[in-house]
Design a protein around this ligand. Structure first.
Ligand code: NAD
Length: 414
């Protein structure tokens, strides 16, 4: 079972001033390997301990027997704005695994929005089920009603196992959904913009690692041949990179190979392939104790969320091996940038341009890590926490705008 990521509180002990003006750290104390912490009574889950461990505001359990919906919505931090993050559907081995995933992913969204300069907080949802068998209109409309019930604290979007069809079903029940088709006024599939941001992010890594951002002739290995990987492989091969790809569904890897000329390998062979860049584009926690010794690359940079099984330990292990790691929530922020654009009236050219800004943001983080001799994750966490702290501090200033009654009480408590 994967371990929970824990940003290092050692190098930068940053804090934020929340709306109530109290000083509260975004950092979390370590929580052991993916396991749910036991409470005082044997066998009892310490749910609030789990929320406290990563400083979450809220977790919503959604259950609808009729439609078969079993979902969790995690809201991590809303200092910068409403929590926005995708809805994942997956065959979780247990409810605990689903909880673990929603907590990890929603926290990652807080950092992603902060680094990307967006006025959004961090949230995510997971639906427990098999995306190949269990999808139905009723199930996703039921989920949409739970989202609507949160009144805009959480805005959903697509993620692994969900897509446009599901977002349209959700939209029947709530306006708090993004990633809807262009013909319905939405931004459509965010994957091309995520892929664009990932591509320029890989170039930023190359610039720092090799002193030149050209990817022509570079060997890139991609794990996963889904939506993002398909576009990413195109960008890479168009620039002359040599791409190797895999997927647990061979038909998906073969389709990308036909389109781009990439070479296909078996999923279990992917980590040991000699290459310049390893690009995780499937699920999280795949950079871990087992896989790090197998890696034969100089850069790990890809779109998958939460790639490091343990943020601190595995970020350090990559650094020790001289492998440059692109923090995932920085390099894959294109998807979030895309849907954030939708909230303001969608323009794909604006979204793509904003996603290209990832080049500079990531390069700055990589250079900060070099300068301070810290991991790239520590550097990006620092940049994210600094922004949340600084913006959060401005909420102390009274403004007679919306949410007046909500802020009034807090104002007087300061
Ligand atoms: P997707 O579901 O289209 O693709 C994921 C692919 O990975 C699937 O084809 C799946 O079969 C494959 N896969 C799963 N486990 C695997 C394994 N062990 N080995 C090889 N292949 C495996 O998802 P996507 O939208 O392309 O997203 C890919 C990753 O990027 C995810 O981690 C997602 O959270 C992240 N991400 C996506 C976006 C976006 O815009 N879609 C934005 C930000 C981050």
């Amino acid at each position: 079972m994967a371990e929970i990521q824990t940003p290092s509180p050692k190098t930068f002990s940053t804090t934020r001033n929340g709306r109530n003006g109290t000083s509260k750290s975004l950092d979390t104390s370590p929580v052991s390997a993916g396991a749910i912490q036991a409470g005082d009574e044997p066998g009892k889950l310490d749910l609030f301990g789990q929320l406290a461990a990563r400083d979450h505001e809220q977790v919503v359990l959604c259950h609808d027997k009729k439609s078969g919906l079993k979902a969790l919505i995690g809201i991590h931090n809303t200092t910068l704005g409403p929590a926005l993050g995708g809805c994942r559907m997956w065959t979780y081995a247990s409810d605990e695994a689903a909880l673990n995933d929603v907590l990890r992913l929603s926290r990652g969204m807080t950092y992603k929005a902060a680094v990307a300069g967006l006025n959004l907080g961090g949230g995510k949802a997971v639906i427990i089920g098999d995306p190949r068998k269990d999808k139905s209109e009723a199930l996703f409309r039921s989920f949409g009603r739970f989202v609507e019930g949160l009144g805009g604290r959480y805005i959903t979007a697509e993620d692994v196992g969900t897509g446009l069809t599901e977002m349209v079903w959700i939209r029947s029940e709530t306006k708090y959904v993004t990633g809807i088709p262009a013909e319905l006024g939405g931004s459509g599939d965010p994957s091309p913009v995520t892929a664009r941001g990932t591509y320029v992010g890989i170039k930023a890594c190359a610039a720092v690692k090799y002193g030149n951002d050209s990817l022509a002739g570079k060997h890139v290995v991609i794990q996963g041949a889904g939506h993002v990987a398909a576009s990413l492989a195109k960008y890479l091969t168009e620039e002359g990179a040599k791409v190797v790809i895999t997927d647990i569904y061979a038909d998906k890897a073969n389709a990308v190979a036909r389109e781009t000329g990439a070479k296909v390998v078996e999923p279990d062979k992917i980590f040991g392939i000699e290459c310049d860049i390893f690009a995780p584009a499937a699920l999280g926690a795949i950079i871990n104790d087992d896989t790090i010794p197998q890696l034969k690359c100089s850069i790990v940079a890809g779109p998958a969320n939460n790639q490091l099984a343990n943020e601190e330990r595995h970020g350090q292990a990559l650094k020790d091996r001289g492998i440059l790691f692109a923090p995932d929530y920085v390099i894959n922020a294109g998807g979030l940038i895309n849907v954030a654009n939708e909230l303001e009236g969608y323009s794909q050219s604006r979204a793509l341009k904003q996603a290209e800004g990832i080049y500079d943001v990531l390069k700055k983080i990589l250079l900060l890590a070099q300068e301070k001799d810290i991991t790239t994750v520590e550097a990006s966490n620092h940049v994210a926490e600094e922004r949340i702290r600084a913006v959060g501090a401005t909420k102390r200033i009274y403004a007679s705008s919306s949410n007046f009654s909500g802020r009034f009480g807090e104002y007087w408590q300061q």
